[in-house]
Design a protein around this ligand. Structure first.
Ligand SMILES: [Zn+2]
Length: 312
């Protein structure tokens, strides 16, 4: 833990992209929260803004320098008798007025309690943090909401770990051979599926001729005129723009991720276990996964899978 409230900064580069992004958001989140003191054990006396006016260190840097408890929490400095402050030297006459001002500000403090200290989100009345509000707030001056397809990643009805995977894909951060080579790992760059082209994110998940066979199942089922987009974000957006041709928009939006997850599982089977499925088996796996996500129940027979396909 760092400073009682958050985990440490992420410094490793392997397999931590999502957590790193969340952790990088911490300073912004902290700026937009206020502290309500309970037992005072988590709150830094000098550095945290637990008074309305800001942190004591910022308001009284001259007193801070003289103080000997710069790392202490509120609980450590506070006692039932009042504030226990100790200074490096006796204060000079001209410093006394500053000390009076200092204690004047502290008058608003009513003492600690037995409850936990809390962080309260400043942008609604109940103080509860909401991802939706934070997203709106931090993107209000950009066009990111319309440019970045967050709804097509996070609001699609698929398992959360798969949403995270789609997010990594959209960020071009899934560990394909190309991305591993960028990190200095020496490998053959060949695609595990076709063995013909370099394994980039866009090749493996969009342009590989094997992957295209999976796309064709769905494209052909609706007679869609489809030109494969250049990247994942475009593919998500364009695919969802065709949702109107489907009788079931929610299921339609599952399809790209269903293909990508199937491709990634097959790719990893080939990469790590030196095994492979036939293209027919890959198609079946993809359809079964689609059926499973649609109904959240596992059915092995082809007829029920085709029924799900028929509902599109
Ligand atoms: Zn390929």
């Amino acid at each position: 833990m760092e400073n009682h409230w958050s985990t440490k900064m992420v410094t490793s580069t392997y397999g931590t992209s999502i957590w790193m992004a969340i952790r990088n958001f911490w300073p912004k989140l902290r700026e937009n929260c206020s502290i309500r003191i309970g037992n005072g054990m988590k709150v830094s006396y000098w550095e945290d803004s637990w008074l309305e006016q800001g942190s004591l260190k910022t308001l009284f840097p001259d007193i801070y320098i003289l103080n000997q408890q710069q790392k202490d929490t509120v609980a450590e400095v506070w006692s039932n008798q009042g504030w226990n402050l100790s200074f490096r030297r006796p204060l000079n006459d001209w410093e006394i007025q500053r000390l009076v001002d200092f204690f004047g500000i502290l008058e608003q403090f009513k003492g600690t309690s037995t409850s936990q200290d809390g962080l309260f989100w400043n942008h609604n009345c109940n103080g509860n943090f909401s991802v939706k509000e934070a997203y709106k707030k931090f993107n209000s001056f950009t066009h990111q909401i319309t440019v970045w397809p967050w709804e097509l990643i996070w609001k699609v009805k698929i398992p959360p770990k798969v949403s995270c995977f789609t997010w990594l894909l959209a960020k071009q951060a899934v560990l394909t051979r190309e991305n591993l080579m960028k990190r200095g790992i020496q490998l053959s760059p060949r695609c595990f599926l076709c063995g013909e082209e370099a394994e980039t994110v866009n090749h493996l998940f969009l342009h590989c001729r094997i992957t295209n066979i999976l796309w064709s199942i769905f494209i052909n089922s609706k007679g869609l005129l489809w030109v494969m987009p250049r990247n994942i974000v475009q593919a998500l957006k364009i695919w969802s723009s065709f949702a109107y041709i489907s009788g079931h928009k929610e299921r339609w939006k599952i399809i790209p991720t269903c293909i990508w997850w199937s491709v990634w599982k097959e790719r990893n089977l080939r990469c790590f276990q030196n095994k492979s499925n036939s293209i027919e088996k890959m198609k079946m796996n993809c359809l079964v996964l689609f059926q499973f996500w649609c109904k959240q129940e596992y059915m092995e027979d082809l007829e029920s899978v085709l029924n799900a396909l028929g509902t599109l």
